[in-house]
Write a protein that binds this ligand. Structure first.
Ligand code: FES
Length: 236
């Protein structure tokens, strides 16, 4: 059977749904993710797309179902389309990022408050946690940052993809993900012990001892990279 005939059969057996991208209606297979549906509809994605696997946070999307008042969010590469879904992409959110030299600040509340004073205006509405597509307890790590508990803030925020959706819903304009990033930097710079293996490895890189290995990685194709990644040594 020809490929075209096969495609026809597949189209006949897959249910099609109506979706709305930036207000325009398209008819797409219901099995697609939002990202695949946009491409099926003819959009060429240059922004709002990255890893396609739920890791990079580039594909934040807000959506609403027809007739429903609730605004929902998701990652376009992970969320399936539904009939009557109205979509808008948020490839970038214009959030503030404090500029600082890590060596000039210390892991205490006073220094942190200079970088991100808005963190201390949190109203406790929990909108940030509710909107997070990673199910991170965002409001909780903001509370840890307010207390200067950078270890717990680092741990709680670790899976953040920096998609920006928390910031888009915050009534007092906290930039949660950038504040968490500063917290993780303070934690790793001042509060954890240096890792001997990492130190040794960094010195070897500086001395050029790993140049050949780095060249091999740079020139490897996707299959080779996957094989190396899957068989890598994992530190205990
Ligand atoms: S494209 Fe990377 S998380 Fe969706």
């Amino acid at each position: 059977m020809s490929e075209a005939a096969n495609d026809t059969i597949k189209k006949d057996t897959i249910k099609m749904v109506d979706i709305y991208i930036m207000g325009k209606k398209y008819h797409v297979p219901e099995t697609l993710t939002i990202m695949d549906a946009m491409e099926y509809a003819g959009y060429q994605l240059k922004r709002g797309v990255g890893c396609r696997a739920g890791f990079c946070g580039a594909c934040a999307t807000v959506y609403r179902m027809a007739g429903d008042y609730e605004l929902k969010v998701g990652l376009a590469c992970q969320t399936k389309v539904e009939d009557g879904i109205y979509l808008a992409q948020i490839p970038f959110f214009p959030a503030r990022k404090a500029v600082y030299e890590l060596e000039e600040i210390k892991p205490n509340v006073a220094h942190f408050a200079q970088l991100y004073p808005e963190v201390f205006r949190c109203l406790g509405c929990n909108s940030c946690t509710k909107v997070c597509p990673q199910d991170i307890d965002v409001m909780q790590y903001i509370a840890y940052l307010q207390r200067g508990d950078f270890a717990k803030a680092a741990d709680t925020s670790f899976d953040c993809l920096m998609c920006g959706l928390c910031v888009s819903r915050c009534p007092v304009n906290i930039v949660h993900y950038n504040a968490a990033l500063a917290g993780r930097r303070l934690y790793s710079r001042y509060l954890t012990k240096p890792d001997p293996f990492l130190t040794k490895r960094a010195r070897a890189i500086e001395a050029g001892e790993l140049d050949a290995d780095i060249d091999e990685l740079v020139n490897a194709d996707k299959e080779k990279l996957q094989e190396l990644y899957n068989n890598r040594d994992i530190e205990k």
